[in-house]
Design a protein around this ligand. Structure first.
Ligand code: SAM
Length: 245
């Protein structure tokens, strides 16, 4: 039986590919890529020339079946996406799920992912965090989602597109107030930048410029509310007492 490799590729700086990723891509019989033209450039940079097939959101049913057939015939397949780790706000999850269900070995080949890369240098607490992927496009839904994470006691990480960044930051300020946050832009690239501060100063810094490149937004945890905690502990204590514990 073939093996399905989930191979992370760089999120900007090509030096971030791992030795193992290069070897697996060299050894795989078939590479499934989100965008074959984009990936061919990456592969040729590393001197890899392999049969490529596309696997993206709109052909994932059909291509998923094809890839499973290939695995059944003993073909080893490496899945890559345009940047970072497949399946993380990228295609791959259904393929992994189906491959696991069909009894194929699925082997992760780890490497960069923008969320963890941003968190590691953000200066925000790293002991616990929540990854929310992309916020909804529509403002109403976006605000609803933000309201859901308002009291979150862990760092919340969002992916965002540069042209929606300002609108999202304004929604963030509206719903969460002057929360501390970090905008990590163009990670691992020449113009890598971390913009740190509470909502208004960050918005001010970004307002007068054309924001280009890719961004991650990291929101600091909501401050623990001591009054709320106290009320909760009293309620818990009371219910324990009443239960005779
Ligand atoms: N699979 C990728 C990963 O593991 O990070 C994420 C793919 S998702 C389609 C693309 C989003 O990831 C971008 O909109 C941006 O939010 C974030 N991203 C990817 N590369 C980045 C970079 N170099 N700097 C900042 N954000 C990045």
């Amino acid at each position: 039986k073939g093996v399905l490799y989930i191979v992370a590729t760089p999120i900007g700086n090509l030096e971030d590919i791992t030795f193992r990723a290069v070897r697996i891509l060299r050894e795989a019989d078939l590479i499934a890529a989100e965008d074959t033209r984009h990936s061919r450039k990456l592969l040729s940079h590393f001197g890899i020339s392999k049969p490529l097939t596309s696997y993206f959101d709109h052909n994932k049913e059909l291509k998923g079946r094809y890839i499973l057939d290939q695995l059944a015939e003993g073909v080893s397949v490496a899945l890559i996406t345009d940047a970072g780790t497949p399946c993380i706000s990228d295609p791959g999850y259904q393929l992994v799920r189906d491959a696991v269900a069909a009894g194929f070995a699925v082997v992760p080949v780890p490497g960069p992912s923008a969320a963890v890369t941003a968190l590691s240098a953000s200066g925000l607490p790293t002991d616990a965090f929540v990854f929310e992927g992309f916020l909804p496009n529509k403002q109403g839904k976006r605000r609803e989602k933000l309201a859901m994470v308002k009291g979150e006691q862990r760092v919340v990480i969002f992916y965002e597109s540069p042209n929606r960044l300002l609108a999202t930051l304004m929604d963030l300020r509206e719903v969460l107030g002057e929360r501390e946050l970090v905008v990590a832009r163009e990670l691992t690239k020449i113009y890598e930048e971390f913009i740190r501060g509470s909502c208004s100063p960050v918005i001010e810094k970004l307002q007068d410029r054309t924001i280009k490149g890719e961004v991650v937004i990291l929101v600091a945890p909501a401050a623990a509310d001591p009054e709320h905690d106290a009320t909760e502990s009293v309620a818990e204590l009371l219910s324990c007492l009443m239960a005779g514990e």
